[in-house]
Design a protein around this ligand. Sequence first.
Ligand code: AMP
Ligand code: GLY
Length: 306
Amino acid sequence: MNVLLLGSGGREHALAWKLAQSDGLDTLYAAPGNPGIAAHATCVALNATDHAAVVAFVKEHGVGLVVVGPEAPLVDGLADSLRAEGIPVFGPSKAAAQLEGSKGFTKDLCRRADIPTAGYVRVNTLAEAQAALASTFGLPVVIKADGLAAGKGVTVAFTKAEAEGTITDLFSVPGAEVVIEEFLEGEEASLFILTDGEALLPFGSAQDHKRVGDGDTGPNTGGMGAYSPARVLTPELERQAIDRIVRPTVETLRAEGTPFSGVLYAGLMLTEQGPKLIEYNARFGDPECQVLMLRFQGDLLAVMLA
Ligand code: AMP
Ligand code: GLY
């Protein structure tokens, strides 16, 4: 089978390296790819925001599976455009990718399905945000822009002034949507689950190194490295996270007619009351994918097709 992999990061390099080892692989294309990926795939120039161009490429090159690496094309509905043409995709629909694309969507789903997560309110104006900060939340408090922000949309405010400044900034943009959350205490761990919308296949846990400098110093990044497994997520805690968080999420989305297929990346806080959901991503983590692919002993193409 020919496969098209979309993306250009370390995550996609790891996916390309592993896909290249699959028995069923014929030609692997990567768009746009990167110099590391070029050792495993034929890199092609394709703009993932141009759905018609991706569909045309797939048809022209007999591609049997499209693997979408990053979140933006998923939130943009690329998987729907491909599936509408009968093309298999690893990655969720636009509706299901809202798990990553809208923090408010995920919080509301948690409420509907009784999934443990931080208490929250969604606010649409500065006045609503100020009222919520004054009445509902103590300090520290967590303030998030609703949409995709490449890891930069979250502020943990430790003072009233910081919280005020954050909401003032966020609402300086017209139409802003914001989620204000209770601060959760504990250690964080990430859990990766493959799903076709129904069955769940735990794929391992990981933690990334967030701070830019050695010794956990400097500003937060998208992840300066990662390790797997995250041993703090014991088998018992992983079972709890699947039973109380991941399974109800997958079942709710399925019941509501928007099943999630692909990889569900659950960002968890391991609190004294057990695992709570911080956020979902609708794709593999970068750099977490690099350590997950090194550990995985199976046939990635076969698993992704399933
Ligand atoms: P997110 O983009 O939602 O993963 O948030 C980025 C980071 O902010 C997380 O990895 C946590 O370290 C922190 N964070 C987010 N939400 C909370 C919360 N409710 N309580 C404590 N820390 C949080
Ligand atoms: N390393 C964090 C992420 O991929 O979202």
